[in-house]
Design a protein around this ligand. Structure first.
Ligand code: AMP
Length: 213
């Protein structure tokens, strides 16, 4: 049973690592960003509200996020653990998660993927993603074989609306003020620090050796 939280600034490689981690441990990958993006695409009431914040690089209010995550964690596929990617992002959300988990909260593995601030901007603005299967790419470090076409599923590969330079700057500020305090919050023995500037395969190996079997 593994309950894992992926922490780290935008551009640290959480999405890239998430697929492999969820496969290795056989646990669902729960990305609040992906849930919001799916709602925006479908034009649901939640999606309409979330879009106002996402487009500016701001956090969606805690009240909209916490219930959504608790509902998702109550689904049967989460009984044997899960990987949270992009949640919690505030101390309030972390406290809600702890009270939801009760005594199991002490077993939470919080993986902080660390990348220096100056390395994040080029990672984010060069990032591209497949709109069909979600596979991540980067114009410099991981381009598609055919420009604009996903290597895996042939879907269209685009830049996320919130990966423009201006929005990225806001997202990094929001990370510093609202999410970075979680590093202290989980410094009670639950935090695993990982060097996120190594090659993706090495980062993966470091994460799985620290989290264990
Ligand atoms: P991500 O894909 O994780 O970078 O999330 C994209 C955007 O969705 C963020 O910039 C926020 O606007 C919103 N979002 C995702 N997760 C959360 C969260 N836990 N709390 C608040 N907003 C979130």
């Amino acid at each position: 049973m593994k309950r894992i939280v992926l922490l780290g600034p935008p551009g640290a490689g959480k999405g890239t690592q998430a697929t492999g981690i969820s496969q290795k441990y056989g646990i669902p990958h729960i990305s609040t960003g992906d849930i919001f993006r799916a709602n925006v695409k479908e034009g649901t009431p939640l999606g309409k509200k979330a879009k106002e914040y996402m487009d500016q690089g701001l956090l969606v209010p805690d009240s909209l996020v916490c219930d959504l995550v608790e509902d998702r964690l109550s689904q049967p596929d989460c009984e044997n653990g899960y990987l949270l990617d992009g949640f919690p992002r505030t101390v309030f959300q972390a406290e809600r998660l702890d009270s939801f988990l009760g005594c199991a909260s002490s077993e939470l593995c919080v993986v902080d993927i660390e990348v220096r601030p100056e390395a994040l901007l080029p990672r984010l603005t060069g990032r591209r993603v497949c709109i069909k299967c979600g596979a991540p790419y980067h114009v410099l470090t991981k381009p598609t074989r055919v420009p604009g076409v996903c290597d895996i599923c042939g879907g269209l590969v685009v830049q996320r609306a919130d990966d423009s330079e201006e929005t990225v700057m806001n997202r990094l500020k929001v990370y510093d003020s609202s999410t970075a305090p979680l590093i202290d919050y989980y410094g009670d023995g639950r935090l695993i620090r990982i060097d996120g500037e190594k090659a993706p395969d090495e980062v993966f190996a470091d994460i799985t050796s620290a989290v264990g079997e």
